[in-house]
Design a protein around this ligand. Sequence first.
Ligand code: EPU
Length: 303
Amino acid sequence: MIDALRAGGERALVLGQGSNVVLPERLDQPVVLAAWRGLRLRVRGDEALLTCAAGENWHGVVRYSLGQGWAGLENLALIPGSAGAAPIQNIGAYGVELSERVVEVRVFDRAEKRVRTLDAEACGFGYRDSLFKADSARYAVLSLTLRLARRLAMRLDYPDVGLELQRQGVTKPTPRQVAEAVIRIRRRKLPDPRHWGNAGSFFKNPIIDPGQAKRLAQGEPGLVAHPVVGGVKLAAAQLIDRCGWKGRRRGYVGVWHRQPLVLVNFGTGSGPDFLALGEQVRRSVRERFGVDLELEPSVLSRE
Ligand code: EPU
């Protein structure tokens, strides 16, 4: 992969499985696909370190870890994309973010032209954010090492997960049962990218200041609002839903009827079509709530 990066030159674009990018209609630069495979598990008593090459499929990594009897990745089951992309977005779902499990990430630093190993702190992780996303032309992820445990307090606080387990009559779930519950929820709510092209959540959940959240709550009863570092996090899905976008289409692209945070390709929609629809959604949310939605996927532009 490093040879490919060197051969591709500075303009080369590194792609994993393309599940979280919005592409322009044409790309004129070389593309390096991060397809390097391999998993290595090192057991240290009740803990294990799992190193995954960037080209591994993320859900495959989750399944492998659970199959070997290790806990830690169950809430992150069925997220599309490659393992190498996971730290770039700092993928997160059902109360867990990847950053909580990361020990280190190996990258090729294209500015310094050398391989570097960054510990979790140096990766600059934030909500759907990292150093690698902030400076995407500079870093190509080669592999990542995750910390897993034999026994781990299950994270079941996310309402959907608790409800799903209850529905199955499970009171003390194993990591595998949590993963199965997450898979069922995702299958129910989210469009399968193999059939309906999509980049997952098209917007981030906005974090606004507590004063604005209080004012908003007065005029908009029932708004979801979670206190987080730096303010109050709202549910973008709910804001979009209240603007009436659920299930609406513009040509070949549209808003998913079960989770309006996801924009879907129903035919031959292009990257620019997605961006145009995204802009309309943002405008209505801004007009009704005074809240600016930020795009979640990486938007690639033609050079
Ligand atoms: N909601 C509505 N209407 C809807 C759907 C949701 O009002 O049609 C409200 C509900 O009140 C619900 C809230 O929105 O409580 C949150 O919805 P959900 O639990 O589906 O999660 P989300 O905040 O919309 C985030 C992530 C997803 C992740 C889920 C589960 C972001 C941008 N998205 O969505 O991640 O799977 O939580 O943890 O943080 C992704 O990043 O691509 C992604 C799919």
